[in-house]
Ligand binder design. Structure first.
Ligand SMILES: [Zn+2]
Length: 282
């Protein structure tokens, strides 16, 4: 449900994005009579999706789910149920934000810039850490299960969140939470800060697109934050890629708080939002 709501807090599609998204749906024969798609796409392929279905393919290459989700959200529910080669094939398009399908006579490229969201159980039985039912998985089994995520796959995600089961009282609580429209205003304000910051950086509009050298320039941290990041990187054995992801997220948290400098609190929050780094190490 959270993943499905994500497009509602993202900025509305720009005219150029709407045209791009519409062109992809047209190429896929999925326009269903619409003239212009103005909503950010949300795609949730089933875990038995084929490689061609996810990435694109066929005799006349058609866009796959990752391109249909371009400018929107690609949601992979039960992440570890997807076939390993299918997940591996996601790596390059996620990095390059486009898919290139090569055929004998020609190569076709489709854009594939998505927010990737995935969900999985905390252990094979699904009850680890629930506090209400006890987990029946052995330590080794949990380790093997989470181990399937470790390495390059885990490095592809900026945030890992534990989502606890909702208890009955919360479920029946009638109070209305903060509306998406208000959250969207904060997101748009942070995006404005980012587009001003990157006005001179070609091809970069948001923190997510910051490359290695630009990270050093645009993600300055105060001394306490630097110490905290170093301690976490050593303790959890974080890869360079994971540290870069933490920096980008900390930069975004600082932007949401309208802080030009990344402070220790922002770093701590970004590290706390990567629960699986700790889970896999401990
Ligand atoms: Zn379990």
């Amino acid at each position: 449900m959270l993943a499905r709501r994500l497009p509602s807090i993202l900025p509305p599609l720009s005219q150029a994005e709407a045209i791009e998204t519409t062109a992809i749906y047209s190429a896929a024969g999925k326009l269903d009579g619409a003239s212009l798609l103005e909503e950010r796409p949300f795609r949730a392929p089933h875990h038995d999706v084929s490689l061609a279905g996810l990435i694109g393919g066929g005799g006349v290459p058609r866009p796959g789910e990752i391109s249909l989700a371009h400018n929107g959200v690609l949601f992979l529910d039960e992440l570890l149920e997807f076939q390993r080669p299918v997940l591996e094939a996601l790596r390059q398009p996620l990095e390059e934000r486009k898919v290139t399908i090569v055929r004998v006579r020609a190569a076709v490229s489709y854009p594939a810039s998505v927010a990737l969201v995935a969900a999985m159980n905390p252990c094979p039985c699904g009850h680890r850490g629930s506090g209400r039912r006890s987990c029946i998985c052995s330590g080794d089994r949990v380790k093997r299960y989470l181990g399937r995520l470790s390495g390059p796959m885990l490095d592809r995600f900026d945030l890992h969140l534990e989502v606890p089961q909702i208890d009955y009282a919360t479920l029946r609580d009638d109070r209305v939470g903060e509306p998406s429209a208000r959250v969207r205003e904060r997101v748009m304000a942070a995006r404005r800060v980012q587009s001003e910051r990157f006005a001179d950086v070609p091809g970069c509009h948001s923190n997510a697109q910051l490359g290695g050298r630009q990270l050093r320039e645009h993600c300055r941290i105060d001394a306490r934050g630097e110490q905290h990041l170093e301690r976490c990187a050593t303790r959890f054995g974080l890869s360079g890629r994971a540290v870069h992801r933490i920096l980008r997220v900390a930069r975004t948290i600082a932007d949401l708080a309208a802080s030009p400098l990344i402070l220790a609190d922002h770093v701590a929050e970004a590290v706390a939002l990567r629960a699986l780094d700790r889970d896999i190490t401990l």
